[in-house]
Design a protein around this ligand. Structure first.
Ligand SMILES: C[S@@+](CC[C@H](N)C(=O)[O-])C[C@H]1O[C@@H](n2cnc3c(N)ncnc32)[C@H](O)[C@@H]1O
Length: 200
């Protein structure tokens, strides 16, 4: 399971097109969330970690959000994104390990979670919570989707449930929303929680 911590594990999946998690479009609940944001949010500093093919980053960019940072440690999807969005600022395309991002360099108003939490080794979940809190400005938000189901096997995706998430996240976040998602993509209907967590 340690190989999921390695960029090469993911890079090989992109190279062999074994990307079963990829929806090929912006996640409907995240699109709905983005669509209701006020115009004043268009210059928020936003991070999408473990972004992969980054449909959410593309959508934010298309809607006029100017300060979106894409992070992934596999180079293949970033190269592909840069081809699809040649005008996207290159300094906002970051090929790096999320856990090694320095809060001295990066601080965000909000962070978008989309099938990144489920991709990391479950033993690193507390580290994920701490790193998310470190990368947010005071009272910044972690918004997105978490699976509310189990998966078999010791390869990603790794599942989980509301009670576990509540316990882990409330150490560093006030839980404003953590509830079953009503507008999931049909393939994920009934298996996702929508979250909006505020850094303490
Ligand atoms: C399951 S994929 C999800 C991609 C995308 N969010 C989506 O929904 O299509 C997980 C992504 O996280 C990236 N990833 C995993 N661990 C990472 C880490 N520690 N730092 C940066 N990226 C990571 C992988 O390279 C992969 O692109």
């Amino acid at each position: 399971m340690d190989n999921v911590n390695q960029a090469n594990f993911w890079q090989q999946r992109y190279e062999s097109d074994s990307i079963g998690w990829d929806m090929g479009e912006v996640s409907p609940p995240l699109k709905a969330y983005i669509d209701q944001l006020p115009n004043g949010a268009k210059h928020d500093a936003i991070l999408v970690p473990g972004a992969g093919n980054a449909y959410e980053v593309g959508y934010l960019y298309e809607q006029g959000f100017t300060n979106v940072t894409l992070v992934d440690f596999a180079p293949a999807p970033i190269t592909d994104f840069a081809k699809r969005y040649p005008d996207f600022p290159k300094d906002q395309l970051v090929c790096a390990d999320f856990f090694e991002l320095s809060p001295n360099q990066y601080k965000f108003d909000w962070i978008l979670e989309q099938t990144f939490f489920c991709a990391i080794n479950p033993q690193r979940r507390d580290e994920y919570v701490q790193q998310m809190a470190r990368l947010l400005k005071p009272k910044g938000k972690l918004v997105g989707l978490l699976f509310d189901r189990d998966f078999s096997g010791n390869q990603p995706p790794f599942g989980g449930h509301l009670e576990e998430y509540q316990q882990r996240f409330e150490t560093h976040f006030a839980i404003e929303i953590m509830q079953p998602c009503y507008n999931s993509h049909p393939a994920r209907q009934g298996s996702e929680l929508f979250i909006k967590l505020r850094a303490k």
